[in-house]
Structure formats: C-alpha cells, structure tokens
Design a protein around this ligand. Structure first.
Ligand code: ZN
Length: 437
C-alpha cells in the first residue's frame, strides 16, 4: 500500500526536535543528579546555557533542596531467578529517589514496595518519592498479578548524598528589559511527551528567537519540576519582577488538540493573545481556566508572585492514558505534532511582539488626516478603504487603555494591518507609545 508521508528534511525543526527527544529519552533523570546534568549538557550543545547549582540543604521558601540522588542500577528478581524489573531495561522500573537496598524478602514483604497501574495493565507506571525516604519498584500490573510466593531478590544501587540541584537559564536580550519567560521541566526519566516534547520545542523556539529582532528579553528556564522553579524564584526575584509574559511548555508532542491553561490572573496579555491567536487559526483548541494543580505555573502563579504565566500543551497532564507510564514513549510523540506546537507558539510570540499600547496625541476631535496625506481627499464614498479604517480605529482607541490587540479584536481588522496603521501614525506624530507602567 502506498503511504502518504509527511516529508521532513533532516535539518528541519521537526526532525531536530525528534532527535533531541530520542537522545534524552534513555537518560535516568530526576530532580537532582547526573541524569539532570547530562540532560542540561545536551541542551547546552545547542544553546549557551547559564547553569546554576544550588547545594542540598539550601532553604528555598518553604522547601529544602533534597540530597542528590544518583542511580547505578535497580533490579528485582523473582524466586525462579528471572528478572522482573531492571532499570537497564527501563528507568521507570524504580521509584525515583529510592533509597539503596540489597535484600531478600517474601512476596508479602515486597508488596508494599510495588507499584502498578490497573488502568494501564501492560505499562510501567512512573512513581517518585523525593521528600519521604522510601524505596520501590514499578511493574506492569499484568506482571504483578502473576507473582508467585517465594523469596525475591531486591537490589537498588543508588546514593542519596549531599550534592546540588541544577537548573539552567538561557537569556536572549531584547530592546527592553521586560521579560518573556519560557519554562520547561526536565526531571522526568524516559517519558517522551511529558516533558521531553516541551524541552525540544523550547530549544527550537530559542534557536528561532535567536535569529529575530526582539522587543522583549526572552528567558528560558530548564529546571526540575516544582523544586526547580521554587529554587529559581527564590534566587531571581528581580527577574520575576520583570516578567511581562510567560508560558510553561509541556506535553507538546501528542496527537491531541492544543490546550491553553490561563494564568491565575486570567486576563493577562498572554491570556488574551493566546486566545486570539487560537481563535484566528484553523486548529482546534481548548482554553482552560487556572487551577492550582499542574506544572511550574503553580509556583509562578502563587499569590506572592502572581506572574502572567500560562501553560501551553496539547493533551493536558493526566488526561491521556499514556500519561506518567512507560506508554508515554517515542511512539506517542510525532514530528508533525511537535512542529504544529512550535508553530502555534511562534504565532503567539509574533502577536505579542506586535502588540503595543499607544496614546493619541490629538485626542480632541479627529486630527485632519487628509492634510497629512493619510486619507482620501475625495469625500462622499460609503466607507473608507480598509487601511484608512484601521487608522480611524487606532486613533480612536489609543487612549492608554486599549492595546493594538484590543483594537484588532474590536474592529475585526487583522492585527498586522492595525500595527501598520499605528506605525504610520507614530511617524506622523499622531501617536506615541503609552508609558509601560
Ligand atoms: Zn509529569
């Protein structure tokens, strides 16, 4: 049968995102340790990252950076000697942050340390125990249900020792020091959509932005989930104050429709821009309100910061069956969905870069446009052409309250036309940029 395939050039963004995911997938990552560092080093081959190491035991707001966890191998052998779980086969087989152990025990003694998912009986679930000392193995439920009585051999060759938590910033300066924050968590081992897809899209986005003129300064944060963003916020309060817009990137490679989760503010410019961009595009979309559960938006949108940061994803966390299991693998993410996600985020950024708030310098009655060569001098036509209409809309609503996006939405004139009209009016001194604060 002849298949119609999407042809992707080797150096296309889609292929380079897939390549990044394929390289990062086998690494045993966690919220600290060698796997996290190796991940940041691979990202660092493409972006010049600013790496920060924060020592175990450091207080970050109400949290303490835990000891560093490193794993050599974890194995679980059945009474007949057969291998039931081996992290050399799959990283999810061990509970992330497991204490070291080498022991023999009965099935009854072992059971409290086993984890499986009856909803996904053939997949290995992802479990962690970062802040409560524990050890455990994760198995497919179908395997677990077949376990026989007898003596099991347990070996987890791990270390939990003073070390550091690692995170990375990548900053692209813009014309102004107001920042656009893009954050991707990079602590999950061998899970492709959550969040190697987010990391890969972020890297490609950074490479694209690097080649463009930028109004805003773009800051990418690659950090372990929760504790990483808490650590970053605790050490970068000045930067946090400069964040004008932000997006958390996650789950961007699955076949589901794009989803946007609003910032806690709900009416921030990023919220309006994403909704507007989605509404104008043909792609199906979902818009969800903020809830205090999910990813690092929980920290960026905590009430003390309340940053204008939303989440961009395809199928939300917990809403696809493969989520947090070994079925979130290299078959779930597809280059065409990664590319679609990347393009959607590029559109959002292009809109936000265009969007400005102006003030009409001649607000008392209309300024005479014809005298300035901006308006047809022949009166009596039923309606001015689109461009002249855009001039009138921009002049009337540039009162310091409405930005160009508001005006485009209200007038139903494309933002590009509205922005071009504003440029001309600025040139003729009929408009000036409103004070930012
Ligand atoms: Zn997750």
């Amino acid at each position: 049968m002849k298949q119609s395939a999407v042809i992707i050039e080797d150096d296309s963004p889609a292929e380079s995102m897939m390549e990044m995911i394929r390289r990062l997938y086998p690494i045993c990552r966690s919220i600290t340790g060698a796997g996290l560092r190796q991940t940041l080093n691979i990202i660092g081959e493409q972006l010049t990252l600013d790496l920060t190491e924060v020592a175990s035991g450091t207080q970050v707001f109400d949290w303490t950076i835990p000891p560093e966890w490193n794993l050599r191998r974890a194995t679980l052998k059945a009474p007949d000697g057969s291998m039931l779980a081996d992290t050399d086969v799959h990283n999810l087989h061990v509970v992330n942050y497991s204490l070291p152990i080498k022991a023999r025990m009965t099935l009854a003694e072992l059971q409290p340390h086993l984890h499986s998912s009856p909803e996904m009986p053939n997949a290995i679930p992802y479990r962690t125990s970062y802040y409560a000392p524990a050890w455990g193995f994760c198995l497919a439920d179908s395997v677990r249900r077949g376990l026989a009585e007898g003596e099991y051999e347990v070996e987890i060759d791990s270390t939990l020792a003073p070390g550091a938590l690692t995170y990375a910033d990548y900053v692209l300066p813009g014309k102004c020091d107001e920042e656009f924050l893009i954050s991707a968590h990079c602590c999950h081992p061998s899970l492709a959509n959550d969040n190697l897809a987010g990391i890969a899209v972020a890297v490609e986005l950074a490479k694209w932005l690097n080649k463009r003129r930028r109004k805003y300064t773009y800051r990418f944060i690659f950090a372990p989930g929760t504790i990483g963003s808490i650590t970053w916020l605790s050490r970068n309060r000045d930067c946090a104050n400069r964040v004008k817009h932000g997006l958390v990137l996650t789950c961007l490679g699955d076949p589901g429709a794009m989803t946007y989760k609003r910032s806690r503010r709900g009416d921030a410019q990023i919220d309006r821009v994403v909704e507007q961009t989605f509404a104008q595009s043909q792609r199906p979309m979902r818009i969800n309100d903020f809830i205090p559960y999910g990813y690092d938006e929980r920290q960026y949108c905590s009430p003390g910061f309340n940053l204008p940061v939303g989440v961009i994803m395809r199928t939300p966390n917990g809403q696809y069956p493969e989520y947090h299991t070994s079925a979130d693998n290299l078959d779930l993410v597809r280059p065409e969905y990664l590319l679609d996600s990347l393009n959607a985020i590029k559109q959002i950024i292009q809109t936000i870069e265009l969007n400005t708030k102006y003030i009409n310098t001649h607000p008392h009655c209309e300024p005479q446009l014809g005298r300035r060569g901006l308006y047809s001098t022949t009166g009596g036509t039923t309606k001015p052409p689109g461009y002249e209409m855009a001039l009138l809309w921009v002049l009337n609503y540039s009162d310091g309250q409405h930005d160009l996006l508001d005006i485009a939405t209200r007038s139903k004139i494309p933002l590009e036309t509205i922005a071009a009209a504003a440029d001309v009016l600025v040139e003729k001194c009929l408009l000036r940029v409103a004070d930012r604060h």
